[in-house]
Design a protein around this ligand. Structure first.
Ligand code: NAD
Ligand code: MG
Length: 382
């Protein structure tokens, strides 16, 4: 286990839980990063006096105020972020939300680091580019997303040929069981009320539309090199069984536990070893585990993602960017819930398909898709 970590997205849901795990394991924090130079980031920084503290956003007044509080170790801008991700011999925990996390993942891998990857958008938007960086730099990705951590653990010691299928579980979100028609007009407050996980806003809305599961299918494809027709999704409302693998001989392996992100975060830091963790003990007796097929009519996001994944190239990057724009518009009351998947599908149909060779290709596709999605949002305004 690396004794030093760099925590990107330190003020977020993943970042906060990472810092709990880091403290529990007694690791050193080499750098902390977030978008805004807020008093909250400054107060986190006070607890880690050795850490460089980076904010990529904020006005010049906010940055000045932040520097006054944090002192000489305050750094600003995306170059500082990439420098932190390239620190030698550290584990990078990438808890940044959105395609903004891609460059950090690449910088970490190129420096030969372990990247504990929560930022699913890195692989969804830049799968081929991230895999090239992995080979070039000799780093490694250990997934933090609970489903992928589960799959990674089920696959330890197994040969790729023996895998029949990967099964990702989905909680179904707050609207499980609702008809397509009844979802017109649901509010951000209703969509933000996730039944089992407490997460950032974008992923919570994505869990309500099932785009989150769609992104995770694409993430699994790039992480484990399994074709899309051997990746399944099953709804499991209790979020106890985090994902499963079916093998050629008919055996299944599944990963279970409390829905507590500190478990996969810790495993990504200690893997392949394990240490005592922070989650409360789990008792299988009395747990009621149920499984059902996803409703692909009420939640078209899943099929949109499968089809974008199968198309490959720029399509998953377009899907991700369009979804980021549509979710933001939904949260601001500018777009209806069911229009999110319509905007995403139309953006995929609009933006010209291409192969992704470099990070700049991904950034350009991401930019074009945002412009296209924003104009579709205008037209959908309801
Ligand atoms: P969040 O909204 O709670 O936090 C996001 C963090 O990213 C914040 O610290 C923010 O300042 C930072 N950030 C955003 N843009 C940035 C930029 N340009 N430069 C630097 N920092 C930036 O989000 P979250 O729920 O913690 O999710 C983070 C990532 O982890 C997402 O990709 C999400 O899909 C994934 N994930 C989260 C969970 C969870 O339980 N929260 C579970 C699985 C996967
Ligand atoms: Mg997940």
């Amino acid at each position: 286990m690396n004794s030093s970590v760099v925590v990107l997205g330190a003020t977020g849901s993943i970042g906060t839980q990472t810092l709990e795990v880091v403290e529990h394991l007694g690791l050193r924090v080499a750098a902390l990063a977030a978008r805004e130079p807020t008093p909250r980031l400054a107060s986190i920084a006070e607890k880690y006096p050795d850490a460089v503290v980076i904010a990529t956003g904020g006005s010049s007044e906010e940055r000045e105020e932040f520097s006054r509080r944090v002192g000489a170790r305050a750094r600003f801008g995306s170059e500082a972020l990439l420098e932190a991700a390239s620190t030698p011999k550290v584990t990078i925990v990438n808890g940044i939300v959105g395609a903004a996390g891609l460059r950090s993942t690449i910088a970490g891998l190129e420096a030969g680091n372990r990247v504990a990857l929560a930022n699913k958008e890195s692989l969804v938007a830049g799968g081929p580019v991230v895999k090239a960086a992995l080979e070039r730099g000799g780093g490694e990705i250990i997934p933090v997303d609970s489903e992928h951590s589960a799959l990674y653990q089920c696959l330890l010691g197994e040969s790729p040929e023996s895998v029949s299928k990967l099964v990702l579980t989905a909680s179904g979100g707050p609207f499980r069981g609702r008809s397509k028609k009844s979802l017109v007009g649901v509010t951000p407050e209703e969509a933000l009320a996730h039944p089992t996980w407490d997460m950032g806003q974008r992923i919570t809305i994505d869990s309500a539309t099932l785009f989150n599961k769609g992104l995770e299918v694409i993430e699994a494809y790039y992480l484990f090199d399994i074709p899309y027709d051997r990746i399944d999704v099953v709804v499991h409302p209790q979020s106890i069984l985090h994902s499963a693998v079916e093998f050629a001989d008919g055996s299944w392996k599944a990963h279970l536990g409390h829905p507590d992100m500190r478990i996969p975060i810790q495993f990504a830091l200690t893997a392949p070893d394990r240490s005592p963790g922070l989650a409360k003990p789990f008792d299988l007796a009395g747990s009621d585990l149920t499984f059902e097929s996803p409703d692909r009519d009420a939640f078209p996001a899943l099929d949109i993602a499968f089809s974008a994944g199968r198309r490959g190239g720029s399509s998953p990057a377009v899907l991700n960017a369009a979804d980021e724009v549509a979710v933001e518009a939904f949260l601001q009351g500018r777009l209806g819930f069911t229009s999110i998947s319509e905007v995403v599908q139309k953006t995929i149909d609009t933006v010209v398909y291409r192969e992704l060779i470099s990070v700049d290709d991904v950034i350009e596709v991401d930019r074009e898709a945002r412009v296209a999605a924003a104009s579709l949002v205008e037209r959908h305004a309801d």
